[in-house]
Structures are given as structure tokens and as C-alpha cells.
Design a protein around this ligand. Sequence first.
Ligand code: G16
Length: 543
Amino acid sequence: MAILNQPTQPFAGQKPGTSGLRKKVGVFQQPHYLENFVQAIFDAVPELAGGVLVAGGDGRFHNRAAIQTILKMAAANGVARVLVAQDGLLSTPAASCVIRKHGATGGIILSASHNPGGPDGDFGIKYNAANGGPAAEKITDAIYARTQSLNEYRISNSADLPLGELGSFTLESMAVEVIDPVADYAELMQQIFDFGLIRAWFAAGHRIHFDAMSAISGPYAKHILEDLLGAAPGSVVNAVPLEDFGGHHPDPNPAHAGDLIRAMSGPDAADLGAASDGDADRNMIVGRDFLVSPSDSLAIMTAQAMRIPGYRSGIAGVARSMPTSRAADAVAKDLGIACFETPTGWKFFGNLLDAGLATLCGEESYGSGSNHVREKDGVWAVLFWLNLLAATGQSVEEIVRAHWAKYGRHYYSRHDYEGIDCDAANGLMAHLRAALPGLPGKAFGRLVVARADDFAYDDPVDGSRTSAQGVRIELEGDSRVVFRLSGTGTEGATLRVYLEAFEADPAQHAVPVQEKLAELIVLAKEVAGIAGRTGRSEPSVIA
Ligand code: G16
């Protein structure tokens, strides 16, 4: 075995987006492409030399090859010890759990989250820091800067390591430990939730239908729900992670989780329906013939946290990304706790959680989590809802309707225009930003603009400022439209239009969502000139 210094040249475009570097598999398969980015991580995070690294990924196509490359480069870059998940399979929240539990220096996670997989699909890589959370922007900026200047990388020429069985090896002078992350993760869940209560709820005949979407949540959900909690065998479907997710789009939302929605329809449906995404950090919660919006889920978790053993001593605050509905704000106000509004990207919650300012966090993009790890966590969210159902004896729909009756309903929807021309998308955002000063007081039909701005975030912990995070147009009467471009796509640009309207009157809470938002939808199209600028008159996805 020897360590090679391999000459290379920078690749353009290795700038991490909302959550790491995501590109088509073919881009990552180019010689040196992955290696350059990994070397940039080791160069930008010098404490990894002599440190402990966690490694694994969501199992999508190219995971197997990439994990071996990372191990050989870690050995060549002086990492003292690597904890690598068995078969290289590690969910994103479990990665966070393992980093924290074992006091690792950081972790490299291979995932493109909810993006499709397979040879023609997407691949991704991101670095998580010692707190278990996605690296802060100053680190991702440093990694990117390094990708633009490096001219060699270091790699061991050793043979591939067998990762199929638990065990220990030595690679060059680095210790390699193959671990079972499901065990570490399940142990953490048992510290938070009332497993006895949930077990009794299942024993009384209640049922769950969990769709793992042929992705990495399967082994975690099956072990916890079926083995530990006694849910009926077969409660977890599509439980085996596949390299191409069975050809599906592992994104738990109404557009891509049609099977789950159909399974949860009718009187014989399970009590709780749920799904998680490619890397198991997202969650979708479904009642019998009833969808729970992610923004409402966060608000309900906040309002009901006292029912969960892990949060019984109280929650410090709640945080949501800016485009997420303001349902959680109403609860925070009622509870007298802080509510933080951050840019999109889970990394922005890290400082708040580390500083003890927030306990629960959530996003409209089907993500929620807490201070137990520093990632959003799909299986955790499902256990939270299970614990709530068991503790209240109510159905999902009863819990949500009671919440709306108390706090009002924040009608919410996201309209995505995917795969549009990048110049057209940037032009649309520039047009909106230029129009901001003239918007207050302007009427669109019955709607009058109260305020309009481009969201900027001042981190209360480290004082950093992050600007240009989305155009907000607030209307008189507590409704709003937000526009931003996605930072996770790999083809063209995706314009996201977030629509929200508040309704206090319970008699109005049965109005269908798109009907309630109809006037806002017209306003959004008009104010941004969507059809004229993108050539699209309707969104490609409505979530
Ligand atoms: C990532 C981020 C989330 C964000 C989501 C969508 O999630 O961690 O904070 O809400 O992307 O981002 P965008 O609107 O920029 O596409 P994930 O599950 O893809 O890692």
C-alpha cells in the first residue's frame, strides 16, 4: 500500500448549494471530480488530520464506489479513525446521531436527498461538522474556494475494504470501524419517545403505514416500528434501499407519494400514514383521508411537545425557515417562547440549537427535527406523531382540526416551476427585486401589498449576515407570497412560489387549499410575470 499524490485540475461549479454539492451521477463519475471535492474538504477542515471521521450515504447509485474513494483519501490525509456504516448505508439523521454520540470531528455524507437516483439520476456529497450538522457557510465557502485552486489530491492505492460485515481494519495507518448505525439511532429514539405507550397503542390494534420509498429510512423504520414497537409485520413498505429507489422519485410530498395517499384513503386505512425521502431526513404525515402540511406539523409539535418525554421539561424556542408558514409563530406567541425565522437550509438551525435558543425546527419542504441531532429527521417525526396519537387517543385529523380551531388555519401551498431556463429564472428574481420599492400600497384585485422585501438573516449567535434569501410580499389581512430559486436542483432552475393565507374562522377551515389561495396565485403570477418570463403558465409541482 502506498499514498499517491495525484495531479488534478480544478472543475468549475463545485459550489455547494442549499445542502452540499449535488450533480448528475455522470458528473461525479468523471475522473478526479469526487476526489477534488473530497480533498478540498480535508484541506478546508485541517482538524480532520488526526481526527475521527464518520462516513456513509443513502445508498443511491455510485454510493458503493464513492465510499471506497473516501476511505482511501481519508487514510492518505491522516485521519486517525473512520466510523463507516455497514455497506456504506447511513441515513442523514443517523449520520448526525453517530457524529455526536462518538464525538467525531465530522462526517462526509453521500446523498442527493429527495432527488431521483440511478445511473442517470443525481448524486451528492456534503460535510457535517462536529456538532453533527451541515457545515456552516464559512466552511462550505472555504471548501469551494479550495476546489478552485487545488492541483493534486492524496489517495491510498490499497484494495477496496469489505464493508458488508461489522468489524475493524487498518488502512495505511488509519483505523476503520464498520458500525451498525441503526442501533445507535434506535437507542437515541428510545431516549426521547415513550416506547411503552406506543407499543401499547399498537397492541390495541392501531396501525401505521410507513412508505420508505425504497430508500434509506427502510432499515431504521422496520427495526424501530416492527421489531421494537410491535407494529404489524409489513407496516413498513418499500423497506429495502435500492440504488435507483425502484425508479421512483423519493420525495415524500403529494406529487410523489401517490401510493401512500391512496393507501391512506378509505375507512380501512391505517391510523397513521408516513413516508420519508432518499436520505431519511424528510417526512410526510398523513391521516385517514387527510394530509398534514409540514408547516402545520411543526406548529402542532410545538404546541404538543409537553406530551413527549424528551421535551417534557419544556422547549426553549422554535425555528422555521422563512418560506415555512407562520403557524408555528402563533403557537410560540401563545407559549411565550421565541420563534426564529431563518433562510432555507437546515444548516441555519445549527447555531440556534447549539446555543440552546431553539429546541424544535421545521420547514415547508417536509422537514422537521429537534435538538436531538443537527439534521432534520424523518423517522423521529413519525415517532413524534405516533407518540402524540398514543398519548391523546385522537386521530390525526382530530389533532389538526383542534389545532386550527385554537390557533386559526394557515392555508399553505408551494408551487414549483421546475427545469426553467437559468437566465430566465435569474431575470425574474431581478425583476421582482427591482419592483420591491414600488409594491407597498399597490392593489392586485382585492389584495393590497402591505410590505415587500428581500429576506436577509442576521444570525443571533455568530452575527453573520446572509442576504438575498427570497422575495417576500406581504398582503394586508395576513397573507403572503414568497419567491425564491431552489438551491438543490441539478437541471436548469426551479422557481418556488410559496403561498400562505391565514383564516381564523373554523367555519371556513374546510375550504380546499388551492381555492382559498386562488387570488394569491393570480397575484403571484402577475407580479413576477411568470408566464412571460419562463414560458410556463402553470407550475410543474404543487405541494
Ligand atoms: C435541503 C435543505 C432544506 C431545504 C431543502 C429545499 O433539504 O436542507 O433546508 O428546505 O433542501 O431547498 P431548496 O428549496 O433550495 O431546493 P434536503 O432534504 O434536500 O437535504
